[in-house]
Structures are given as C-alpha cells and as structure tokens.
Design a protein around this ligand. Sequence first.
Ligand code: AMP
Ligand code: MG
Length: 335
Amino acid sequence: MVTTSNNSLICLGIESTAHTFGIAIATSQGQIVVNINSTYTSQKGQGIHPREAAQHHSEVAPKILKQVIQQTSLPLSQIDVIAFSSGPGLGPVLRTGASMARALALQLEIPLVPIHHAIGHIEIASLFTGARDPLVQLVSGGHTSIIAFGQGYWRIYGETQDITLGNLLDVFARTAGLPFPGGKAIEALARKGKNLIDLPYVVKGNDVSYSGLLTATKLQLNKGVALEDLCYSLQEVAFAMLTEATERALVQTERSELLITGGVAANKRLQTMLQEVCREHGATLHIVPLLYSGDCGAQIAWTGILAYQNGLQVSVEESIVQPKWRFDKIHVPWR
Ligand code: AMP
Ligand code: MG
C-alpha cells in the first residue's frame, strides 16, 4: 500500500533502453513502492538483438503494468507524473517504452518527463547510499565513465575509449558460450581461476581501452587456455585498469566519496579493488544496492521525481527518443 502525505508526488517510471523493461513507482519521500523488471536474455553464445529485445519488451510491458497496479493497490488516477528513459539506448526498445509512457500520460492527463538513463543510475545509487558529492564510477552495458558533478553538469574525468566494461564481459561471455548478459557468469568462473594469463593492460591518462583486451582474451580462448583462468585474468586486468584511472580521478577531483553504480557495480572483485583505493585515500566507498545496480524502473521513477520537481517535462507531441544522448550535455538543476 502506498502511504503519502498531501504534498507528496507519485511518479511511475518506465525503463526501456536495452535488455531490461521495467516499471516502478517512486514517491517524493524517496520510497520505491514497487519495482518490477524483466530482462531479455538470449541462448548460449548469442548477444542482444534489438528487434527481439523490443519484441520481448512489448510482450512483458502490459503484464508488468498490471502487476504494478495489483501489488500497490494504487489506482492509476493517483499517479502524478510519468517518467521514461528517453535515451541513450537501442532505437527499437527505446520506442517501446516511450510509446507506453506517452499513452499513459495522455490517458491519465498528467505530465511526461524524459530521463537520461545514466543519470537514473547515479540518482538511484545516491538515494540508497546517501552519497552527497561523490566521484562516480558508472559501469554498465552502455557506460564506462568516471565523473563528478560541477556547476550544473556531470563532468567526465575518464571513460572508455572504445567498448564499455559491460560490453567487454558480455562479448567475451558470448564467445565462450555463456548466456547473455555474461558478467555474473564470468564472476563465478573467475573465482575458480588460479593462473594469471598475460593480457594487454591499456590505460591512457584517465581513460581505458578494452577492445585490445577483448581480442587478446578471445585469442587465448581459441588456443585452449582454461576458461576459469581467462575469466579470472580478464577481470583482474579490466578492473585494475579502471581502478587505476579512478584512483587518479579521485586525487584530481579531491572527492572524499566514491560511488559505484550500474550493472557491473555488483561485482565483488571490482568492489574489493575500489575499497582498497578508498582506504588508501581516506575516501568512503558507496556501492549501489544489488537490487538497483542493473537497469530498472526504479532509477527512472526516482529521477522522474527529481526532474519534475525542478520543472522538467515534455509534451507528448515533442517527446522523442535519443539513442545517442550524452549525459555531460544535460543541465541538472537539482544538484
Ligand atoms: P546495466 O546496463 O546497468 O543493466 O548493466 C548490465 C551489465 O552488467 C551487463 O554487461 C552485465 O554482464 C553486467 N553485470 C551484471 N552482474 C555482474 C557481475 N556480477 N559482475 C560483472 N558484471 C555484471
Ligand atoms: Mg544501464
């Protein structure tokens, strides 16, 4: 049951940028009342296919909406705002979520708020950890960025020069015949690995480059090196690269908090490496709760509250999806 005071806001948020379709309801008191998500997975050895993912999303969308209503006993008429992930992401899946959001906003005659997916990852992590002005390491399928907030915008201090960390793990997993998304399976196999295989470590300033590492790891797999050892070595090298870049940014930005968010933030080995850096620099490590680390409706619903409270909304006619939307171009009035 949703308990709200007279001046509280209720936002229904829809996530639909990549593999996950999700709907959540958040209140302006920072409650996530319900958060239901369904992730498109593929068979061993296959990655994400945008049209198939869109098909999955349009099949689960009405079922999830129904579950959301049943679980909260909340009449749709009590919802004040609809938020949706308007980018970045895959065109076909973005359009699936946006269509549902527009239909709900029209039907209920309430405002529509477009949310940048990455900002959603940061805000949901901030809500649950209490991080105030952290250096953020955003590690997901779509992003590998080291950022800090300053004068109205998220500023990029380091990022990947090619593929993301999530992509590196997922593509290697696919090559090795593991299911998609592959990060969790790689983490489990890595625990059984014992031998550190020599793989390319590429850090340029505060940036990392993962494509050479992917090619080299695939080559070793083809040569017959044990998968456990490769998963272990891939994690050690990829995470150490990003940890080095993050440490440098932590010193440059003089932040006393480090926040990690996004799907890969669930990884215990990455967490341990970053904990070590934080200890050395007297900083506090904040880790997004596992439940909210990967893509979810909650990140959109909660950021929808923040955005709407700060006057951001779009008319249905002018609402668009933005597959290549960069978050360092967005003015964030609530920070
Ligand atoms: P997101 O785009 O935020 O949903 O994050 C998805 C990414 O997180 C995918 O690349 C997954 O393989 C990755 N991921 C999920 N769990 C883990 C884990 N335990 N270790 C490493 N990567 C993970
Ligand atoms: Mg994401």
